[in-house]
Ligand binder design. Sequence first.
Ligand code: NAP
Ligand code: GDD
Length: 324
Amino acid sequence: MPAKKALITGITGQDGSYLAEYLLSMDYEVIGMIRRSSTMSFERIAHFQDRVTLVSGDLADEVSMLTILKEHRPNEVYNLAAQSFVQTSWGQPVFTGETTALGVTRVLDAIRMADPEIRFYQASSSEMFGKVHEVPQRETTPFYPRSPYGVAKVYGHWITVNYRESYGMHATSGILFNHESPRRGLEFVTRKITNGVARIKCGLDDALYLGNLDAQRDWGYAADYVEAMWRMLQQDSPNDYVLATGETHSVREFCELAFSVVDLDWEKYVRRDERFFRPAEVDLLVGDPSKAAALLGWRPSTSFEDLVAMMVTADVDRVRKGLV
Ligand code: NAP
Ligand code: GDD
């Protein structure tokens, strides 16, 4: 049988890089969509760049995606591209809507026109639950987004469901709770903390400035989550799935643990900074992954403690090598 072909939008991001590695390990032919920028940053994909085909396109431009689909004819499309930083979405709400919301329609429409048999994965988010209606959150929990990003993701989720129901497309939505890794962007709180810990340990900084320490998140390991994305598209029918660990921890707990990995007391270094508080906060996220466990046979394999230790160790290593 010929190898399967997958298109990944957002291949240069955290999840895109792990998903590409995973698909390559299963002999997929991987096409990665990248957008034009004045300085290309391939930091996360440099180690396998020669094994994937990179093509130019943008979620803002439907023609570019239609052209890619017609030319490369993938069996599966993983839509991971987005303006993914919640804080930025208040400063750039329209841009966030263009990319994170309408961008999904553009990909779906391009698929519908190029080949409606292509299987589609949409990167939905626990941020859609926002001001939560129940604990833990599951596929049936009503949405109450608390940021322009969350609102855009709700649109992306429902347009995926709508194309499934309107056109019979194999369009699946993975509602993923926060997942992190040493490849996480530096602006997200986990990596900001582990990078800060490393810089303090190595004598480059003497304080770490953070916002709301009380927020609670269900943090898993990104490499575990991309495997479930693939499993979703191997099912006979499209569906919606929550991916989560089922455990929640506060930002404060994350700090405490991260500093303890290098034998430092977090309270001596962490300072509150109003700039990092949000106009509306998501206070508590904790997911129920039992549907994914039952239908996909998926379980996260990395504990919170191991995740924090992995990220701190990787950042200390990077700082010692002068890389961050
Ligand atoms: P990320 O590291 O921020 O990566 C985002 C990717 O999207 C990058 O490759 C970026 O390209 C690309 N992109 C942004 N705007 C684009 C555009 N207009 N056209 C084409 N590409 C564009 O995000 P991530 O953490 O890997 O997350 C992947 C997806 O899952 C996102 O949709 C995110 O919203 C969603 N999600 C993430 C989590 C999580 O905890 N990580 C949880 C739930 C859902 P550049 O490199 O050029 O910037
Ligand atoms: N980024 C950041 N920086 N967050 C901080 C800080 C800080 O200095 N201090 C406290 N926080 C709090 C935020 O207020 C939020 O409650 C929590 O830390 C997590 O923030 P982020 O790491 O930025 O992630 P997020 O939960 O807002 O969004 C991430 O997860 C979503 C899934 O729930 C992103 O990956 C989204 O793309 C994703 O959809």
